[in-house]
Design a protein around this ligand. Structure first.
Ligand code: ME8
Length: 578
């Protein structure tokens, strides 16, 4: 990925099937995309974040028929549910594609026609194992391995023979191997990349891109250009959405012709399509492949795989119930930092939610900001009276004077009196860690950098004990200046921490910026309208324009997060209607 902080950046999620309502898994991938998009915008990049729905699947028309409505009515009903869920989650997507829209179907057909013209798509016979529940063919070896049941749902596979159009994936084996091995296409995490490479080494075969329309089929789907007896296979059409939606004059910068840029996020179930088929289709179209394909693992529920048959999906209403009790940003925080971002599945367990909530939020950033706000209120009537100007105390946040170390009753320092808190260096390191982790899509690490910085503030408060100092101001030559300097240092470090926490917790950080009058960062009343400078400036320690300034109001305000009682039952969600 480029280092240019202003370069365009394109982030996508899978487009989700509208045969059913959304659940935690759909919200999770889209949340990751939202956190990544917010982090990149904060860095200063021109971001386009796309999500949406995949509507032309057979299972959508089947499910519509079961509900006695047309496929379009059913698709619209469920697409609205996805939109509602994403609005509730506070997502900042720049567009929402529905594959039934003209802007998608016309361009997708044109791409397929182009591939027919170039000979990359050709007609032939196909016999294979079809997985109706996933709407895809599986290889003979996969079928065998799963005893001719779907590797995803366990439902029986069907042997199907049909005359189809095929994409000549086999032609691109050498090119794709080179792209992934050279890192031009980053397949992440590492474990997934190795799996994909292993499968590519077994050889790439032609893949069907259409199916013949049979008696009794509905007309749901896009017809093969120039051959209406065939319909474009939904997977192939769906992948095209990433390009159709930005293939316009004003958006083409997000899919440049000279370098890979797109970041595709998804779960491991659909990595093959994104890391293999789609890049080869793009190559055949003369387009750049995606720069990054990131496949996370699965959410499971209280230790068990989530499935329709077990009926244990974490539903949106359950997330709403958690958000009502603990705040939406607490839900976003839990999912971002505890989710299956790497290659291991993650459990949504109530006890873990409470543990993380209390430790990172209520006792972490919430407590730190509320203590500091409280002390400003109490000792300085809510006003910043001095910064770290080097005249007294620790210039640039360095070298803590021994006089400030907390003392016991006998006047001895209770901690190592030579300890220093170099907040200027520590905050710069946190910002570096966070930006670097964002680039690798390690969004949990990026967020943790903010919490670690706030923990350093806690340590600093324990060490300097400003509440003790406040009672002994007369005993110190520069007591009041020292107290003001300590509080400034805490506030400045928490301001920088809050920037790093913003992508995961935008609403709570905006609350803090309002209480602390941080209007030099962005408009606290409209935080999504953009930041006033790139992160590199905003997060510079004691920045003359964006740092905590003399005269700024810092008040206690309401606590960002109330402590949660671990004994309390999980919040109950109403059972959603189908
Ligand atoms: O596959 N944990 O749509 P889909 C985490 N339309 N993420 C999960 C999850 C879980 N338990 N369950 C689902 C399709 N997801 C196609 C995609 S893209 C061109 C076409 C998320 O509705 C995860 O992102 O089945 C997964 O890849 C996606 O939902 C599958 O969504």
């Amino acid at each position: 990925m480029t280092d240019d902080p202003a370069a365009p950046c394109y982030i996508t999620t899978p487009i989700y099937y509208v045969n059913d309502r959304p659940h935690i898994g759909h919200c999770y991938t889209t949340l990751l995309a939202d956190v990544a998009a917010r982090a990149q915008r904060l860095i200063g990049r021109d971001v386009f974040f796309l999500t949406g729905t995949d509507e032309h699947a057979e299972k959508v028309s089947r499910s519509a028929a079961e509900h006695g409505v047309t496929p379009m009515e059913w698709a619209t009903r469920n697409a609205e549910r996805f939109k509602d869920a994403f609005a509730f989650m506070g997502f900042s997507n720049d567009d929402f594609v529905r594959t039934t829209e003209d802007r998608h179907t016309t361009r997708a057909s044109a791409y397929i026609q182009k591939l027919v013209d170039s000979g990359d798509i050709e007609l032939g016979d196909y016999e294979g194992w079809y997985d109706p529940s996933q709407e895809e063919y599986v290889t003979e070896s996969t079928a065998q391995e799963h005893e001719y049941n779907s590797p995803v749902t366990g439902k029986p596979l069907e042997k199907r023979t049909e005359q189809n159009y095929f994409f000549r994936l086999d032609k691109y084996e050498g090119w794709l191997t080179q792209q992934i091995e050279s890192g031009a296409i980053r397949v992440l995490p590492e474990a997934r990349r190795n799996e994909v490479m292993g499968r590519i080494r077994q050889g790439l075969q032609k893949v069907p891109v259409s199916r013949r329309i049979k008696e009794g089929d509905t007309d749901w789907g896009i017809a093969m250009p120039n051959d209406p007896a065939h319909r474009i296979y939904v997977w192939i059409e769906a992948l095209c959405n990433y390009l159709t939606i930005v293939d316009t004059d004003d958006r083409r910068k997000y899919w440049p012709r000279d370098e890979p840029l797109a970041v595709h996020l998804m779960a491991k179930d659909i990595l093959w399509f994104h890391a293999v088929i789609w890049p080869c289709m793009l190559c055949a179209l003369g387009e750049q492949p995606p720069a990054t394909v990131y496949a996370h693992a699965y959410w499971i529920s209280e230790g068990r795989k989530m499935s329709k048959s077990l009926g244990n999906f974490i539903e949106i209403d359950q997330l709403r119930a958690y958000a009502d009790r603990y705040s939406l940003d607490a839900v976003r925080w839990f999912l971002t930092t505890q989710g299956p971002l790497g290659s291991t599945d993650a459990d949504f367990a109530h006890a873990r939610f409470i543990e993380v909530y209390n430790s990172d939020l209520a006792n972490g950033i919430g407590n730190a900001t509320s203590r500091v706000g409280n002390m400003f209120d109490k000792y300085f009537e809510g006003e910043v009276t001095r910064t770290c100007n080097g005249e007294f105390g620790f210039p640039d946040g360095k070298a803590l004077p021994i006089a400030l170390a907390a003392r016991d009753a006998a006047g001895k320092p209770v901690d190592d009196p030579t300890r220093t808190f170099d907040f200027a260096a520590a905050s710069a390191a946190s910002v570096r860690t966070s930006v670097e982790a964002t680039g690798r899509v390690s969004l949990d690490e990026a967020a943790a950098a903010g919490i670690e910085l706030s923990r350093m503030v806690d340590d600093f408060i324990s060490y300097t004990a400003p509440f003790t100092l406040a009672k002994q101001l007369d005993e110190h030559e520069h007591g009041e200046k020292a107290l003001a300097t300590i509080l400034y240092t805490c506030a400045e470090a928490l301001r920088i921490a809050s920037l790093l926490l913003y992508p995961a917790m935008p609403a709570k950080m905006a609350d803090l910026w309002r209480t602390w009058d941080c209007s030099t960062l962005n408009d606290p009343d409209d935080p999504d309208s953009g930041f006033k400078a790139p992160l590199a400036d905003l997060a510079t320690w004691a920045h003359p324009e964006h740092g905590i300034r003399v005269g700024q109001t810092i008040r206690k305000g309401d606590p960002l997060f109330m402590r949660a009682d671990p004994k309390e039952d999980p919040p109950a969600a109403e059972t959603p209607s189908s």
